[in-house]
Write a protein that binds this ligand. Sequence first.
Ligand code: ADE
Ligand code: ZN
Length: 354
Amino acid sequence: MADSHLNAKEYVCNSQHVSFVWGLPKAELHLHIEGTLEPELKLKLAARNHIDLPESNIEDIRASYKFSDLPSFLAVYYKGMECLIHEEDFYDLAWEYLKRAKANNVRHVEMFFDPQAHTSRGIAFSTVIEGLLRAIEDAKALGVDARLVMCFLRDFSAESARQTIEAALPYKDNIIGVGLDSDEHNNPPMKFFNIFARARELGWHVTAHADVDQVDSISHIKELLEVIESERIDHGTNLVEDSDLVSYASAQHTGLTSCPISNSFCSGGDMKTKEVRELLNSGVQVCINSDDPAYFGGYVSDNIWAFAEHEHASIETLALLCKNSFKMSWISDVQKELWCQEVDDFVAAFSQAQ
Ligand code: ADE
Ligand code: ZN
């Protein structure tokens, strides 16, 4: 191998590097299934469910995706969900994503879903989860292992989160963990302290969003690390601003799930790749994910590609990011080893072919 450095110019002209990034075995740990609703499926579901959309074609739908921060994105995201009504709709949503996951060589996905965004519209919890679980079962034939992470909407009350846990109890073993998402402003992790404690009693893992450049990013990250003891933080790259917290996260092996393309929409064009690079150099585990790919326009390999281009990342760094995605996941240590070995084997085969 003459040069393992993938720089931006090489990318543009070297299709082998495209197949390297797309072919790397990877896990996706920060993916909102409702954020995978592509305009094509939105139109199909709207027609099937007799819903009048303001837009009648794909171009107009894409043109309506105008957001510059988290609240403006969330407004479009929740509106889009109104097309999801029947179990079959949730099946189609997850199945379309899982096929794309396969094309990105995603071997394992821990998929967020937002039950309260549906139950608050009168859709039963069972309708949502039964559709998702059926697609997850079918994805085994694709070689994609998928698990569910139930997110609480942080702009809803703790009581609403408690009721959501009650509704989820019949599906306790179909859920691998819980998360916290939606509008972060004035909604600190501590609001859900008892909810996280209850989730742990039920045997669920814990993660939570600390979106980029929020008013209280640092205090929310501090609460997640020191009080909630969250196993992962979704986004969370503002961590870099506090060296004590960086040391703490590194020592505790708290992983960050970063989403460069989403960051560029919610943070004035900044993908926060420099912060990811700096955190990796400080020993913090970070992996790259897609967040809401249908809205931000990039699946997980597009996000890894964006990171590589911005940081002129080496093959070794990209392999590290993919191994981190497995190491940070909630699968067995044996399975983690097997998938990390697949990454090493893939890199070795690629390097030999150069
Ligand atoms: N819901 C879906 N995507 C989200 C994000 N990136 N941050 C907070 N809530 C979300
Ligand atoms: Zn997210």
